[in-house]
Design a protein around this ligand. Structure first.
Ligand SMILES: NC(=O)c1ccc[n+]([C@@H]2O[C@H](COP(=O)([O-])OP(=O)(O)OC[C@H]3O[C@@H](n4cnc5c(N)ncnc54)[C@H](OP(=O)(O)O)[C@@H]3O)[C@@H](O)[C@H]2O)c1
Length: 331
């Protein structure tokens, strides 16, 4: 199996490199030249209708996995169907809303019924964005983001862990974000949900290590997807944080212009679940390495003072000094 050591954590963190050598069954081989579905390892990818989830479902299918892609509405999965057909792979669709207990139960009953209870790889990818400062954002907005980005993975993990433990193998990939490590400006509900997912994942990795189950946290930077268009923004109620919103949107504008192809994230996920030298964390995509590395190098006081930059030019200059990224508006 070809492996590309992409997006790996540059330094071992407290729970990083080499923390586990859990066994993950490899798929029975590439899709070409064998009977698909007969002996394949089973992968479930949530939020497979677009972006990173769609790319991951297709990429894993192309690597020989029997892939179940969860979507909220199968009638909207036309692009997934077209892209799968183009690559001559099959992604089996299951309707599932990760924010709903009953829907997750029904979806996994369906999957486990087809696979005799077997799921080798669970990719908790489904997620929503959410912008807003703390003062501008209603608590319900936080709860909505948490319900999808944190409780969604909890529900899906609980559906697969009993059988993974019995078999003594399996891998769970939690798609976090660079904002799970760096509290990006004016995105409080999203940042908070991803930091929570990071904590959950670190704890889970220890909890399931004795059972031979691998946990991986993938932290993408800016990746081409539909998430930015769908982001729910808190209203700028106070009018006090206009500088923050403008600078945050400008960082995304700069990043989106160079956004990484979601298939690169899919490759990292495949590498992470198949390598014999697994890490807990992988970062990938535009800005991932720079933002996480830059935050590690500066003090907390320096981080806080970036927020107090007196004007946009001072902000962009300091941002570039810390992270090595030029996010100034073009022209
Ligand atoms: N794109 C980036 O730059 C970036 C960076 C860092 C992290 N991420 C993370 O990557 C993951 C995938 O995001 P993406 O960028 O690929 O965005 P995307 O294209 O919007 O994909 C998100 C997927 O999650 C699904 N989803 C949302 N709420 C759901 C729910 N309640 N139940 C089930 N599915 C739900 C969406 O389904 P519908 O199609 O039905 O809406 C969609 O298929 C997310 O966890 C995101 O936080 C993305």
């Amino acid at each position: 199996m070809s492996e590309r050591p992409v997006g790996r954590e540059s330094e071992p963190g407290p729970s990083g490199r080499g923390s586990g050598r859990q066994h993950v069954d490899s798929p029975s081989g590439p899709a070409e030249g064998r009977e698909r579905g007969a002996t394949s390892s089973v992968a479930v990818v949530t939020g497979a209708n677009s972006g990173i989830g769609r790319a991951t479902a297709i990429h894993l299918a192309a690597q020989g996995y029997d892939v179940y892609g969860t979507v909220r509405d199968r009638t909207r999965a036309t692009k997934l169907a077209a892209m799968s057909a183009e690559r001559d792979v099959e992604v089996k669709l299951v309707e599932l809303d990760v924010a709903d207990d009953g829907s997750v139960r029904r979806g996994f009953d369906e999957i486990l019924g087809h696979t005799e209870g077997r799921v080798d790889v669970l990719v908790n990818n489904a997620g929503v964005a959410g912008n807003g400062t703390v003062e501008d954002t209603e608590p319900d907005h936080y709860l909505d983001a948490m319900n999808v980005n944190l409780c969604g993975p909890v529900r899906c993990c609980q559906a697969v862990l009993p059988r993974m433990r019995e078999r003594g193998s399996g891998a769970i990939v939690n798609v976090s974000s660079v904002t799970g490590r760096v509290a990006a400006l004016a995105q409080s509900p999203y940042v908070t949900s991803k930091w929570a997912l990071e904590g959950l994942s670190e704890g889970l990795a220890q909890e399931v290590a004795p059972f031979g189950i691998r946990v991986v946290i993938v932290e993408p930077g800016i990746t081409r997807s539909a998430i930015f268009a769908k982001s729910v923004d808190a209203p700028d109620r106070t009018g006090a944080y206009g500088d923050h919103y403008r600078r945050m949107f400008q960082m995304y504008a700069a990043g989106i212009a160079h956004a990484t192809d979601p298939f690169e994230v899919a490759e990292v996920i495949h590498h992470a679940v198949t390598t014999d030298d697994p890490q807990l964390r992988y970062h990938v995509s535009w800005g991932g390495e720079e933002l996480i590395g830059g935050r590690k190098r500066i003090t907390d006081a320096e981080w806080v003072s970036l927020g107090a930059a007196p004007d946009d030019d001072a902000y962009y200059t300091r941002f570039q000094e810390i992270f090595g990224l030029d996010i100034r508006p073009a022209g």
